[in-house]
Design a protein around this ligand. Sequence first.
Ligand code: FES
Length: 570
Amino acid sequence: MSSGLRRKLTSYGDQGFSLFLRKAFIKAMGYSDDALDRPIVGIANTYSDFNPCHGNVPQLIEAAKRGVMLAGAMPMVFPTISIHESFASPTSMYLRNLMAMETEEMIRAQPMDAVILIGGCDKTLPAQIMAAASSEIPAIFLPTGPMAVGHHKGERLGACTDCRRFWGRFRAGEIDEAEITDVNNKLASSIGTCTVMGTASTMANLTEVMGLCLPRAGSAPAAESERVRLAEETGRVAAGLAANPDAPIVRDILTPAAIRNGLVALQAMGGSTNAVVHLAAITGRLGIRLDMAELDRLGKVIPLLVDLQPSGQHYMEQFHEAGGVQTLLKAVRHEIDGSQQTVHGKTIGEVIDAAPDEPGQTIIRTIEKPLKPIGTIAVLHGNLAPRGAVIKQSAASKDLLQHEGRAVVFDSIEDMTLRIDSDDLDVSADDILVLRNAGPKGAPGMPEAGYLPIPRKLARQGVKDMVRISDARMSGTAFGTIVLHIAPEATAGGPLAIVKTGDRIRLDVKERRIDLAIDQPEFDRRMAELGEISAAKPVRGYAKLYHTRVLQADEGADFDFLQHEELERK
Ligand code: FES
């Protein structure tokens, strides 16, 4: 395979002419022949005025370019889609696959010997890892890093667990308009990703655990100089990858053992349930089914170790000060396969062994003295979830983990929005709120609507948590006794579609069950009568592609044609 500017020539029939033309055009930018003869490192630019989580990307790009050039290669920056959680309608997840496709094709189409992928906000790193897993060149990732914490009346504030906490207090009438406006000014106090253990922090940490970025790059704060130095070093490493024809590609690094290391860390850190969907999509690109049974088993033997919101008290800057991923992996070393290679050349075992001691830190606990005795995520099955569901048990109410209640069903997000705050809603704190048609096809895009608000009339009575179940996702920054990702979704004919208000539902996290408590003949009769689901079918464009080709949550909600061709369909 040719390298540098000679790679992937545009097809004009005459290769010499293709190169001649390419050089003629690029010289318009003032490049010399010496520069154009170097190995090329592509750098994906995800800066956008709509994406404050990527506000430091220009500075990171400058530093990465410096590192590439100091190591003798040529950096070439190219734009890709950028997605921010609050600026993507109907939901960012709907666009994740589009970003993955676009990034993959831009890596494939343009001449680069290695690529640096700078991502951070929830869907961006997953999309970029999916893209790179389907690509044939080496890739190194550079998370943008978490934002700084804010302060309000002597309390620390972190986006976005505290966004939800304060909004809940406002809904319940505990704080007034002036105070919620004041909090709004302080919640996101710098550029960077949400500073709790939400999806962005989880995916950045997993990127480090699975060996796809430099040590400490998962957690270094967005606004600190260390993040910029890491960008420069990322550039140097990328230059080395670009110059080495035998450098590992993502597929070489993301082995089943490396992915299992990720699952260990996910359970120990209080990571987001969204990571389960993203990891399933990433492994699908590699021809590997995410081992949900192993994820669940690990949840029984790896307790929650990290004291970060929403499962604990603190924020990402404290996690980083405590040693970040390296300290975490030290604590679960017995479950980690240390022989796994990383993109920077060391094994993950060598990275762990090089971790300095952090005496006195209390943020990352030990197996002997965990924050909570249970792992983060439990995988549920039952007649309501034949292909599975998940619950973040570490952020749930202990007394609701075994609960039977009366179903109060919402047929869609719109239905829920219209009725949830009505004083006429027949609901009590012991009921189970059911939201359906909010999965990959149903919503579409499987939005983070699984965190159903506590009905206003109950919130006013002081109810803080209820069992809520859905085929939607939930923000990694949210908390509560919430069953998510029920598969198949109602819109795809899953049993969630047959639940009626007034039915009894049993949640038993200890037994890993979620069941509709009706007798089997009645269950079968309702399923037989279900027939064709009448979801709106888009007629054109990306919406049509999404609706017709998106897979269920247990397959990562990727498009079927993007998964590895050897993966068997469910
Ligand atoms: Fe971007 Fe939370 S909104 S990471």
